[in-house]
Design a protein around this ligand. Structure first.
Ligand SMILES: Nc1nc2c(c(=O)[nH]1)N[C@H]1C(S)=C(S)[C@@H](COP(=O)(O)O)O[C@H]1N2
Ligand SMILES: [Mo]
Length: 170
């Protein structure tokens, strides 16, 4: 094989790496609250939150998934939680979108550790490795769901909608 074809291979390989890097950089996840972007979620911003991991199985595939708790993300960016989560705020929703248009919705009440406490992780690693392009860079893992239908792959945006919470609640 000549030097020319070797060089060409290196250029292709470098190009693929750069493209992969660029693509991941473009895939930071906007967190919007009532339509306002309050954060750009990526390994940097989410690295400040408590790391969480879980062993969970989907379709017979058991793996260790690592990332952060969705409830910690919401609390970090000021979404109503804990004692204040009552009354009208309990109609609040968290809509998680994927690049392919897939969308799932959670309620604030089910996610809150003081209420439903449903474990939902926003993960970027599987068995210690970054998620591949099919799954990542970010995916949800909902280990206690009986089917993995809410394990959104390729998360592209998170939209929180909470009504004004002027009511006294219960
Ligand atoms: N973006 C996206 N995520 C998705 C889906 C989808 O169609 N698009 N399907 C869901 C369903 S129905 C299942 S069962 C699981 C499958 O996850 P797996 O590919 O890791 O087995 O992904 C979930 N996440
Ligand atoms: Mo599914």
């Amino acid at each position: 094989m000549g030097d020319g074809s070797k060089t060409a291979r290196w250029i292709v390989a470098a190009g693929l790496l750069l493209t992969a890097h660029w693509t991941h950089a473009q895939q930071a996840v906007p967190l919007r609250v009532d339509g306002h972007e309050v954060a750009t979620l990526d390994a940097g911003t989410l690295g400040a939150l408590p790391p969480k991991q879980v062993d969970a199985r989907a379709h017979g595939d058991r793996a260790t998934w690592a990332g952060v708790a969705l409830s910690d993300v919401l609390a970090r960016y000021g979404v109503v939680h804990g004692e204040a989560l009552r009354g009208k705020a309990l109609t609040g929703t968290v809509r998680v979108r994927a690049r392919d248009g897939y969308v799932v919705v959670f309620s604030l009440g089910e996610l809150d550790p003081a209420l439903g406490d449903t474990r939902v992780l926003l993960v970027n690693r599987r068995n210690g490795q970054p998620l591949d392009a099919k799954l990542g860079p970010w995916r949800l893992v909902v280990p206690d769901d009986r089917r993995p239908a809410r394990w959104v792959r390729n998360v592209s945006a998170i939209d929180v909608d909470v009504p004004a919470t002027t009511s006294t609640g219960h």
